[in-house]
Design a protein around this ligand. Structure first.
Ligand SMILES: Cc1ncc(COP(=O)(O)O)c(C=O)c1O
Ligand SMILES: Nc1c(O)cccc1C(=O)C[C@H](N)C(=O)O
Length: 412
């Protein structure tokens, strides 16, 4: 860890930060700057006690009674209501459960089936070519399941390419590799203009910036909860189905938990109304309890304030890296340049730096981690740094950039 004192600017920004008090809610190690919350969020302090209670009392003593008495059965909808305001969804549209991958399947197949109810000739599925791989793999399987042709394209091509044959379009709000924020309102409008349905993967935006799914007419959205929502490793994902579509949503995974009367255990499937239609099987109560408690950190927090701080943090990091890191001094062999757009409106809550030469990126990240700055590395040469406004400070940002400068520039 760099032992230089923070600058007056970092100190002043932290002193003026209206979210600074939230850092205390998380378990953090003072010797480490944790900039990997876009992969796995830090542990909220309250989670440990909640899990101990769920294990020892709810499971250990109440056992089966907990499905009713501890509210286990209704957790997917209850926790969904905690996620809803963070993505701009009115009540009754979000359910929590399964992984993001599984929810991508439900949403994409559900969207194609809905589009076909209105126009059976629609037989094309569009997907973001740079998508996180799981979305691409699942879109390919969804296309085969529905008899669609799958076409991969850059999100910016959607307005020109979506047409009368398009059933659904699957897009990422923030690109996991570059940190680019795509224009959800205008792309959703373009998808609708073509008569298709828009499915958004919000993994890298939920909890990092306002999404406003209702306001922009998003049809389906999915996202994970272990990144900016700090739900813990493998915490269940969420599925949003727009209110107006719910009664016609035909899930490709109609498990007994999404039946209108699960305990009738009827041979014929009759879908539940509302968000519960997105359920499949028995929910993962331990992970869901951790997530429910983690979401308590958001009480009274405005997502607009989170976005303002996120932009201030990433902006500061870009400036510090410019000062410490990007100019390759004479004799220095490694340089970095931002892949993440400089325009605030096109930036998520992460900064990706492309290392030149690319093969140095992995050892650079290893050295950063050894010196107490935790980001991650994505092939071929990307250094990723995620900024979680609930617990990242401006002093953290400055230290991280300074250590990066030391690592790529020798001992500066
Ligand atoms: C954009 C995106 N979608 C999906 C996932 C992951 O899906 P799952 O939770 O099913 O592993 C990730 C990260 O792991 C991601 O970055
Ligand atoms: N989900 C992950 C996991 O189970 C292990 C390690 C990393 C992850 C990630 O979240 C990767 C992440 N979506 C990314 O943006 O690269």
């Amino acid at each position: 860890m760099s032992d230089r004192a923070p600058t007056a600017e970092a100190l002043a920004q932290d002193a003026a930060d209206p979210l600074a008090h939230l850092r205390e809610l998380f378990v953090l190690d003072p010797a480490t700057v944790y900039l990997d919350g876009n992969s796995l969020g830090a542990l909220p302090r309250a989670v440990e006690g909640r899990l101990a209670d769920v294990v020892s009392r709810e499971w250990g003593r109440l056992r089966i009674r907990s499905w009713d008495e501890s509210g286990w059965w209704t957790m997917p909808e209850r926790v969904g209501e905690l996620v809803a305001p963070l993505i701009g969804a009115a009540p009754g549209q979000v359910v929590v459960g399964d992984s993001t991958s599984v929810n991508v399947l439900k949403a994409v197949v559900g969207a194609v089936r809905l589009a076909r109810q209105d126009d059976p000739g629609r037989d094309e599925l569009l997907v973001d070519a740079a998508t996180f791989p799981t979305d691409g793999y699942i879109a390919e399987s969804a296309a085969r399941l529905t008899g669609c042709t799958l076409r991969a394209l850059a999100p910016g091509q959607v307005p020109a390419e979506a047409g009368p044959r398009t059933a659904a379009v699957l897009l990422n709000h923030v690109d996991y590799r570059t940190g680019t924020l795509h224009d959800l309102p205008s792309l959703t409008a373009a998808v609708h203009e073509a008569g298709a349905l828009a499915v958004w993967d919000l993994c890298h935006s939920a909890g990092a910036l306002p999404v406003d799914v209702d306001a922009h007419g998003v049809d389906f959205a999915v996202g994970c909860t272990y990144k900016f929502l700090n739900g813990g490793p493998g915490s269940p994902a969420f599925l949003y189905v727009r209110d107006a579509l719910q009664q016609r949503f035909d899930s490709p995974l109609p498990g007994w938990n999404s039946h209108a009367d699960p305990f009738a255990m009827a041979p014929d499937y009759e879908p539940a109304s509302g968000a519960a239609r997105g359920r499949v099987g028995t929910p993962d109560i331990l992970s869901m309890a951790a997530l429910e408690t983690a979401l308590g950190a958001w009480e009274g927090v405005r997502i607009e304030d989170v976005r303002a701080k996120s932009l201030a943090l990433t902006d500061f990091f870009l400036r510090c890296v410019g000062a410490y890191g990007t100019d390759r001094p004479a004799g220095m062999e490694i340089s970095v340049r931002p892949l993440t757009p400089a325009e605030p409106a096109r930036r998520g809550s992460q900064i990706s730096l492309l290392c030149d030469p690319a093969e140095h990126a992995e050892p650079v990240m290893k050295e950063l981690i050894a010196r107490g700055v935790v980001g991650d590395f994505r092939r071929p040469g990307v250094l990723r740094f995620g900024f979680t406004p609930l617990y990242t400070s401006f002093q953290d940002v400055e230290r991280a950039a300074r250590v990066l400068g030391e690592v790529i520039g020798g001992t500066r």
